[in-house]
Ligand binder design. Structure first.
Ligand code: ADP
Length: 175
């Protein structure tokens, strides 16, 4: 039985992530999506919402589970009994970072193997950052993320817009 971990911040999950998860789920017996529970200041959406959106987006994949984690990713991989770590690779720009992370993690955990899956061409440009920027500027994000993610982003930016129009400081728990 091979259990793999696909870790990331998923802030929020988008169709590029879903594609990597769906393909990884066919390669391993079980796939755990690890959602990094980092200080909320760095991220747009809190951990509970990022987990809920990922669960919804991946509910159709029977051998996929979504769990939040803190601390070292390799420590979490060991805790859940994952022997493989999966990452997605978009362009050359991703390579250097992913290469460095993979080698560092290999040094920390020689028993864990690292597998990178190439992005599908249709998602090669897509990142959570791009998705959030388009949503913030009221662009069309259909086709880029699952419906629940589109709705959550629209609600988030509606709330910020409402706060700005009514003179309420645009400070949330994430600022
Ligand atoms: P990070 O872990 O750096 O916070 P993310 O949570 O956004 O990054 O993404 C998790 C993983 O999914 C990373 O390996 C990232 O390269 C990969 N990924 C993100 N977007 C895409 C995409 N469009 N196609 C393929 N892989 C992707």
């Amino acid at each position: 039985m091979i259990r793999a971990l696909y870790p990331g911040t998923f802030d929020p999950i988008h169709n590029g992530h879903v594609d990597i998860a769906a393909r990884a789920a066919t390669l391993f017996d079980e796939l755990v999506i690890g959602i990094y529970d980092s200080p909320p200041k760095m991220l747009l959406l809190d951990t509970a919402l990022r987990v809920a959106l990922a669960k919804g987006a991946l509910a159709h994949l029977a051998n996929v589970r979504v769990l939040p984690y803190q601390g070292l990713t390799v420590a979490f991989a060991r805790e859940i009994g994952a022997s493989v770590m999966v990452r997605g690779l978009r362009a050359i720009s991703d390579f250097e970072f992913e290469f460095q992370m993979a080698l560092t993690n290999k040094k920390l955990a020689p028993d864990i193997e690292f597998v990178s899956l190439m992005t599908s061409l249709e998602y090669a440009y897509l990142s959570s950052t791009i998705l959030k920027e388009i949503a913030a500027l009221r662009g069309d994000i259909s086709g880029l993320a699952p419906l629940a993610v589109q709705t959550a982003l629209q609600a988030h930016f509606d709330e910020l817009g409402h706060a700005a129009r009514h003179g309420v400081p645009m400070v949330s728990s994430r600022d």
